[in-house]
Design a binder for this molecule. Structure first.
Ligand code: UN1
Length: 504
């Protein structure tokens, strides 16, 4: 495809989602990682514009909070349908902007549909508890109420799914949303916004219930500092979270942080090595290593290390790397030159620590794309878990460490600052249970015989330690988007004080 054909493809996908041509002009240039060429440009917002969007969204929330939750769910149901109807175009935009292969781009859009379904179900299940009161004729219960405007800050690597995790849940919870997408992926954001705007209009909901603000630091800071944003849900680097968390806390706001991962899998002697190989290749090389759940460390029992590494390096050598538009490609480009540099310096650091690059690590020239950064996913055998192994590099580098005892493997596994996702490959139930136990893997996601990436909707998503502690999308993650009121209701006709206190 020529740059003009890319632009045309993006334009027509945007148009079919309802994005007006007038939105495709402005100071922010969007590039496609497929070739590095300019795609389109969009308007870049500043702080005051963000403040205005927050005020408008707050006014919308004040109306929306009184709409019954199942009615709010009906809106999200329609959103899910509309996303389904535009699955192709949305996936095209995800590919053009984030560089995902078709199957993964479609998968990301499917994740949006799934979370909408989940949120619709939730809209009739925002349960509060009732508790027995110690006083006769009294009732004790809790009620969950909408919270306000949720500020959503999302990253380039899941440009639409992470937005939907937050937005579908926030909307059924009665909140409004102001979204700051990654500056690298504003087109997918425009498309999702146009679809949601259409649903909002169809349902007669307040127009400012969802506002998109594309921009850089100033936009993020406005969300982080606004007293009208009780919850900031931010996905990105630990460095970003270190700034966002304390700043939001300083004004007693809440933050929901989804930060870096340094995900590991333990491979025990009883593992099915063919299954393990397939799982590892997807988790480590898929999405060109640019998921927060990407497998970055493999902790292998020494007795099976050579055999497994033989299978893995063979599979890696055959990986089809190239344009995600070519059918059959499994590894697309890195997002930009910075990612490529980060990968190179990680490999240099690993070599300096005594690491041996078993496969990959080079840049791959793709015809017609001299300004793009396609790389060969790398596997590096490390003598020990050095500082670079303990650091998240957002690129396809898999470090391999050996172990003798499961205790040693779990200790290595947990000895990193991050705590997002983990897995064990084993056919031994005792080993699996040990890994899942309190003194096992210390992550928010702990899997057995499945890789670290590709979580499905339904479970709470998020992690511990420097991953930030937030939980999104599944299970009871909705509670973060609501406020809880505890109610004591006295129907006794007398004033009875708790704890038997006598007064007046
Ligand atoms: C992310 O990389 O920010 O579990 C999210 C997964 C996807 C979501 C990843 N469902 O890999």
């Amino acid at each position: 495809m020529t740059p003009e054909e890319f632009r045309e493809s993006a334009r027509s996908a945007l148009k079919s989602c309802g994005v007006a041509d007038s939105a495709l002009a402005g100071a922010l240039t969007v590039r496609t990682p497929l070739t590095g060429d300019e795609l389109l440009s969009v308007h870049e917002a500043d702080g005051p514009e963000t403040d205005a969007a927050v005020r408008a969204a707050h006014a919308a929330y004040q109306q929306w909070q009184t709409v019954p939750a199942p009615v709010r769910g009906a809106l999200v149901k329609r959103l899910g349908q509309l996303i389904g109807e535009h699955k192709d175009e949305l996936a095209t935009l995800v590919t053009l902007e984030a560089g995902k292969i078709r199957s993964e781009a479609l998968g990301e859009v499917q994740e949006m549909i799934d979370v909408c379904d989940f949120a619709v179900g939730l809209s009739r299940q925002l349960y509060g508890r009732t508790m027995p009161s110690e006083r006769p004729g009294h009732r004790l219960m809790e009620t969950w109420h909408p919270l306000g405007v949720v500020g959503v800050i999302s990253a380039f690597n899941f440009p639409v799914a992470v937005w939907s995790w937050n937005t579908a849940i926030a909307l059924v919870c009665g909140d409004a949303v102001v979204w700051k997408p990654s500056e690298k992926t504003p087109l997918t954001a425009l498309a999702c916004t146009a679809l949601l705007d259409r649903v909002i209009a169809e349902h007669g909901a307040p127009a400012d219930l969802h506002r998109l603000v594309v921009g850089g630091r100033a936009v993020g800071e406005a969300l982080v500092d606004s007293a009208l944003v009780p919850l900031v849900s931010a996905t990105g680097s630990t460095r970003m979270g270190r700034e966002v968390g304390p700043r939001v806390a300083a004004r007693f706001g809440r933050s929901l942080l989804e930060l870096g991962g340094n995900n590991a899998a333990v491979v025990t002697p009883s593992a099915d090595l063919d299954l393990t190989t397939r799982a590892v290749v997807f988790a480590a090389a898929g999405t060109a290593g640019q998921r927060c759940t990407t497998l970055r460390r493999l902790i292998v029992h020494r007795s099976v290390a050579d055999e497994l590494l033989e299978k893995l390096t063979t599979a890696y050598r055959k990986l089809p790397i190239g344009s995600p538009l070519e059918s059959g490609t499994l590894v697309g480009p890195l997002i930009d030159e910075n990612s490529y540099r980060a990968m190179n310096s990680a490999l240099d650091a690993a070599r300096a620590d005594g690491g041996e690059v078993l496969v990959g690590g080079g840049r791959r020239d793709v015809p017609g794309a001299p300004d793009a950064y396609y790389v060969e996913p790398a596997i590096v055998r490390m003598p020990s878990q050095t500082e670079i192994v303990r650091t998240e590099t957002f690129a396809p580098v898999l470090y391999v460490l050996g172990y003798e005892t499961l205790d040693e493997a779990i200790a290595l596994h947990n000895d990193v600052p991050q705590g997002l996702s983990s897995g064990i490959f084993t056919r031994d139930q005792q080993e699996a249970e040990r890994f899942l136990a309190a003194d096992g893997a210390d992550c928010g996601i702990v899997n057995v015989n499945i890789g670290t990436s590709g979580a499905e909707i339904g479970g709470a998503f998020g992690g511990e330690k420097e991953t930030g502690g937030g939980r999104e999308s599944g299970s009871d993650a909705w509670r973060a988007y609501m406020r809880r009121a505890t109610n004591t209701i006295n129907a006794s006709g007398q004033l009875l004080l708790a704890q038997d206190v006598s007064f007046l």
